[in-house]
Ligand binder design. Structure first.
Ligand code: SF4
Length: 279
């Protein structure tokens, strides 16, 4: 949301920009086009075909605000430091001004073309209704620490390869190579396939080894397996031996906990709805 389109004056702008919570908390970054004082600036440079960043060389990160130079021009197009409406990053829509919306459509932005934007009319804009974040913690708290939507399928298991323990090494070292995602070790194929269907509905941690009804379920991306999978022909069929104890998790216990929390959430929602009706 460019500040000029929202009518933010030069005097107000400089103070806001220099106090931007994003750059002040974490945000230097590198894109294929160079190094930037702020990852948002770097992303806009990619999106809008900008001139690129600084050379990626030792010490680039030591620059101070006085050295940011023309990179600060990207702030002019960004609402990150302004008192503007806020939205959960998993909402799937972006807040834009009308001119920015047109610019994004002209660029062929799939999101803008699909209407996944909320366009704000500058004539209606009232900064006093909003307040920019001042810290990363404030940002996380405001979203209830929620970074992903439950409908984002990218964070659910994508596939499960099934193998008996005796065939694990053969699977990992076979001609098709190490599978892409999760592996279930079980001598009962039908049971493992039922488990895959069930577990596939949960967001689980690829770094952990899950135990479920006597089966082991692991992800080939786990850090604990990184070294061993460089030589899958020597892989130990006792997959547990690779994981520290705190990374071995009972899936039954986790799923039961989720069920209790879900039930509590439903009761809370029902109570809230009943109270609303009474008012
Ligand atoms: S205003 Fe935007 S581009 Fe500028 S520092 Fe803040 S987040 Fe980065």
């Amino acid at each position: 949301m460019p500040r000029k389109e929202l009518g933010v004056s030069d005097a107000e702008w400089i103070a806001k920009r220099d106090a931007c919570w994003i750059q002040n908390n974490w945000s230097a970054g590198i894109t294929p086009k160079g190094a930037f004082f702020c990852e948002v600036a770097g992303t806009m440079d990619m999106l809008f075909d900008g001139p690129g960043g600084w050379p990626v060389e030792p010490g680039w990160w030591n620059r101070e605000p006085k050295d940011f130079g023309s990179q600060l021009e990207w702030c002019e197009m960004c609402g990150g430091c302004l008192d503007v409406p806020q939205r959960l990053s998993c909402d799937g829509r972006d807040d834009v001004t009308p001119a920015m919306y047109e610019r994004l459509k002209a660029l062929g932005s799939p999101k803008a073309l699909a209407g996944k934007v909320v366009v704000h009319d500058p004539a209606e804009f009232d900064a006093s209704k909003y307040h920019t974040f001042t810290s990363g913690n404030e940002y996380m708290d405001a979203g209830g620490n929620q970074r992903f939507g439950e409908h984002n399928r990218n964070i659910y298991p994508k596939s499960f390869a099934v193998t008996p323990a005796a065939g694990l090494r053969k699977l990992l070292a076979g001609p098709s190579g190490v599978p892409d995602d999760w592996v279930i070790v079980s001598d009962d194929r039908a049971k493992a396939e039922r488990a895959a269907k069930y577990i596939g509905g949960f967001i689980i941690n690829p770094g952990c080894l899950y135990t479920y009804k006597g089966m082991s379920v692991f992800n080939v991306m786990a850090r604990s397996l990184r070294e061993a999978l460089k030589h899958p022909e020597d892989f130990n069929s006792d997959v547990r031996s690779y994981y520290p104890r705190d990374k071995v998790v009972s899936f039954e216990f986790g799923a039961a906990r989720i069920a209790v929390l879900d039930a509590a959430r439903k009761v809370k929602r029902a109570l809230r709805a009943a109270l609303k009706k009474l008012r």
